[in-house]
Design a protein around this ligand. Sequence first.
Ligand code: C2E
Ligand code: CA
Ligand code: CA
Ligand code: CA
Length: 280
Amino acid sequence: AKAQGRNNYRFFTERMTAEVRQRLLMENRLRGALARQELHLMLQPKFWVADRRLSGFEALLRWTDCDGVATSPAEFIPVAEESGLIIEIGSWVLRQACQLAAAWPAPASGPALTMAVNVSPRQLAQPGFAELVASILRDTGLAAAQLEIEVTESALLERTGNVKAALDGLKALGVRLAVDDFGTGYSSLAYLKDFAPDTVKIDRCFVTDLQNRHDNAAIVLAIITLAKSLKMEALAEGVETEEELAALAQLGCEAVQGYLTGRPLALDSAAGLVAATARP
Ligand code: C2E
Ligand code: CA
Ligand code: CA
Ligand code: CA
């Protein structure tokens, strides 16, 4: 039994070492990618349901190395967060996204387009985050109301003093706030009340097959009703079919994003879409 215990222990440490090695390898590759400027953004369009007009874009980070190998953000963002690299990467994303949005012509009618940027918990907790955003807005000339910061519910759980200060600071600037992946985290409705986002992004797991699934329809209706009564905009993510879109329209969802209405676009394609909606 003793020998076996020792074997298990060795197996465990070997596996741990492999995981740590993997992580360090990824961290080093990511550091190099940052230096070699292998990171870039793609923009996924968001649309108003009522008139199907473009409402703006979400900036999504992409990493393609010099050999053309792409790594998913779902894989490298956690490594960036753990290593602290997210601070540098995150401010690059913010600056780049604001620069792009500042160059957009105004739409022919309706409200200005918004640029949504994902911000990780670690960035929000970094002292001076709101000041960083303020200086990026100043440098790029983007109107604060055109920037929307997306935060997941898990980030709101860690409400340290810094996170609170960052959220208050962003509000004071007039930057929009969105709660991402709503309904999948561990937060309670009290957080929603406290955080008071401008937009609630309904997670795509509730959107899937909405027209056939009573449970999903009930949850989505509850979220939309709640958002409306709190004067928040409800946006459904991951809309993939016409049937889902029709069901969302029926339930009163204001905005949508997903493969049906538009996949993440390369920058030139996104600029083309903006130009097509601009005042002639
Ligand atoms: P997210 O914020 O929930 O972003 C939406 C993800 O869903 C994107 O994946 C997008 O490509 C994908 N998606 C969009 N429409 C559909 C659809 O109709 N069906 C399906 N199945 N998927 C759809 P992506 O680009 O791989 O990003 C994954 C996650 O990585 C993001 O989830 C976000 O949490 C994180 N991320 C991406 N860019 C950044 C960034 O700049 N900073 C931070 N902190 N996180 C980022
Ligand atoms: Ca997001
Ligand atoms: Ca999301
Ligand atoms: Ca997500």
